[in-house]
Write a protein that binds this ligand. Structure first.
Ligand code: B1M
Length: 210
């Protein structure tokens, strides 16, 4: 098994310590950060996303894989910055105002990061104005999460605030969360809906033509 395959396997199995060990070993033996990222970490998270969509892996497995991937990514980040590797795109994510649920949103952020996006995570209970300020810095994707039927209207308010700030045409907006539907996304003028974190990556990439 090659070293990138070993990293791929460690992430797939959600083994955080083994992932870190294998990433360090691969760097020591001269593999580039880019090779490790693309063929080890990102490839593994792509497979996790595929397994999840097909019902062959579940949220707990996906979380442990995402954490292993993030641990590997932390080792590579300074090297990737030095090498000047361009991210696939920039994504701002957050759970909308009034809503404190963040497990699904964190999963979406990790999967986007695993797919090569630079991710700015604004956290939970994020007011519309804070999303607007973040988008003024420029972003390709905005990901809004809501877990409560009572906070879904905060998604619409956020989109309206982005329109009012003149930023709507500069960003593609994806929404998701347990009570959210594709129909609701259309209704409030979002560009896309994803029912899970793997799908969020697929939708984000397709919206920016990647
Ligand atoms: Co809350 N809660 N909760 N809760 N909670 C739910 C959502 C609820 C369905 C439970 C229930 O009653 N059966 C219910 C909502 C009912 C409704 O509105 N329809 C509920 C309620 C009522 C509440 C409180 C109001 C309870 C109270 O205080 N009376 C309160 C609200 C607090 C607030 O937000 N203001 C509350 C509080 C909490 C905790 C703090 C205790 C905790 C959150 C901890 C945390 O997130 N750090 C909590 C939890 C854990 C849950 C349940 C049990 C689990 C949610 C979760 O993390 N799921 C939940 C019941 C349930 O969903 N079965 C429930 C795992 C996670 C991976 O899935 O978040 O769906 P999920 O994310 C998925 C997809 O939805 C999607 O991808 C993810 C991965 O596949 N996705 C996106 C999510 N965001 C996306 C964004 C995208 C794309 C996809 O694009 C950007």
């Amino acid at each position: 098994m090659s070293q990138t395959q070993e990293i791929y396997q460690a992430v797939l199995e959600g083994d955080l310590e083994l992932t870190k060990e294998k990433v360090q070993a691969a760097l020591s033996s001269g593999l580039t950060a880019s090779d490790i990222l693309q063929n080890g970490l990102i490839a593994a998270m792509g497979e996790v996303g595929r397994l999840f969509e097909e019902g062959d892996c579940f949220v707990p497995e996906m979380l442990v894989s995402a954490r292993a991937m993030q641990a590997g990514l932390e080792i590579l980040k300074p090297l990737l910055a030095q090498a000047g590797i361009e991210p696939v795109g920039k994504a701002v994510v957050g759970t909308v105002k009034g809503d404190l649920h963040d497990i699904g949103k964190n999963l979406v952020a990790m999967m986007l990061e695993g797919a090569g996006f630079k991710v700015v995570d604004l956290g939970v209970d994020v007011p519309a104005e804070k999303f607007v300020v973040a988008l003024q810095e420029g972003a390709d994707i905005l990901g809004l999460s809501a877990l409560l039927t009572t906070t879904m209207p905060s998604m619409e308010n956020t989109i309206k605030a982005i329109e009012a700030a003149g930023l709507r045409s500069h960003v593609k907006i994806i929404i998701g969360g347990a009570p959210v539907t594709a129909e609701y996304a259309r209704q409030i003028g979002a560009d896309g809906f994803a029912s899970d974190a793997g799908q969020a990556v697929t939708v984000a990439k397709s919206l920016i033509g990647k």
